[in-house]
Design a protein around this ligand. Structure first.
Ligand code: 13P
Length: 329
């Protein structure tokens, strides 16, 4: 096993998963504002420290995905965030895409930016102690969308990113996120997830990307936000695993799930159902969580940007981590 494969596999250590704390400045500002927290650079640093500085997170977290700016920031313990995480055995990762813009041929769909200076940025992050990286593509379901162009163009950039990350000695997490927003059914979400991921792996093969150190980050098969249908965890597990079994090669290092569109309890219950079903159907890859919203929501609601609320907010974060970890079985 190469070092890269071993690093990728170690993110799936028993009972552990990944905290996605890689919201861009824009997304972090919007997230904090939704809890009534006005955010400048120092408030964003405190927001990260709320989670990274919580005692005992290493019991549940194998890795944290940071936004690039956070690599150069220090926690209240005066250590740089990636150093503080590494010292507790948590692998630091970094989001290396630069966000999305509309596709010219299909302006309602998005293509991810960030390949131009990627080699230099990957080398700098490796130097700063990053072990893994993430690239997010966004796929929208709406009527006839997604188009084949959106799927192929995003897959090509994911493959190019993966190749560059591996060459830099960094594990790539490929996140083709199929959005939850829309009126679509769960069956449609399942088929779009399957087609999206199948396209990604077929392009990875054309680019000779080593699948053994690739991690896939995926959405769950959920009925769209505007469909008014509430899926049971068993329905979600059945359709999500059906899509993955039909599209993900057994050689990948593992699959992680995002939490968008689910409450913390739903994200926990859906993960538990998926883990149970994965055992029943003998799924070939390790699975775990890579949640942002589901791990942060309850803590942010208690914190509200106030120092005196830090202990209660951290306790809520640890309690959610314990539940999500238990959902791994
Ligand atoms: P959510 O868990 O909030 O969906 O975020 C995960 C992520 O990394 C989105 O890019």
């Amino acid at each position: 096993m190469t070092d890269l494969v071993a690093a990728a596999r170690s993110l799936f250590s028993q009972g552990k998963g990944i905290l996605a704390a890689d919201e861009s400045v824009h997304s972090a500002t919007a997230r904090l504002a939704s809890y009534g927290i006005g955010a400048g650079a120092e408030m964003r640093r405190k927001y990260r420290d709320l989670f990274f500085g919580a005692e005992g997170i290493e019991q549940y977290l194998s890795g944290v995905i940071l936004f690039s700016d956070s690599f150069l920031e220090k926690g209240d313990d005066t250590k740089l965030f990636p150093e503080s995480l590494s010292a507790r055995g948590i692998l630091p990762g970094v989001k290396v895409d630069l966000g999305t813009e509309p596709i010219s041929e299909s302006p309602h769909e998005l293509i991810t930016q960030g390949l131009l200076d990627l080699t230099e940025r990957l080398a700098a992050h490796k130097e700063q102690g990053a072990v893994f990286t993430k690239w997010r593509a966004v796929i929208r379901i709406d009527g006839e969308l997604p188009t084949a162009t959106a799927l192929h163009e995003n897959a090509k950039r994911l493959a190019s990113y993966a190749k560059n990350a591996q060459a830099a000695g960094l594990v790539p997490i490929l996140e083709p996120e199929v959005l939850y927003e829309g009126k679509h059914s769960r069956a449609r979400a399942r088929s779009v997830i399957e087609e999206t991921i199948a396209t990604v792996f077929s392009v990875l093969e054309e680019h000779s990307v080593d699948r053994a150190s690739v991690i896939l980050k995926t959405s769950l098969a959920l009925s769209g936000s505007a469909s008014r249908k509430q899926d049971t965890p068993e329905e979600v597990a059945e359709d999500t695993l059906a899509a993955l079994l039909a599209s993900v090669p057994p050689q990948v290092a593992g699959i992680v799930f995002l939490s968008g569109g689910q409450t913390p309890d739903q994200a926990t219950d859906n993960l538990a159902a998926i883990t149970r079903r994965a055992k029943d159907v003998d799924a070939p890859w390790p699975l775990t969580f890579s949640y942002a919203r589901a791990l942060q929501e309850e803590a942010l609601a208690l914190w509200r940007g106030k120092e005196e609320n830090v202990p209660a907010a951290r306790a809520a974060f640890l309690s959610r981590l314990a539940k999500v970890s238990s959902a791994l079985g």
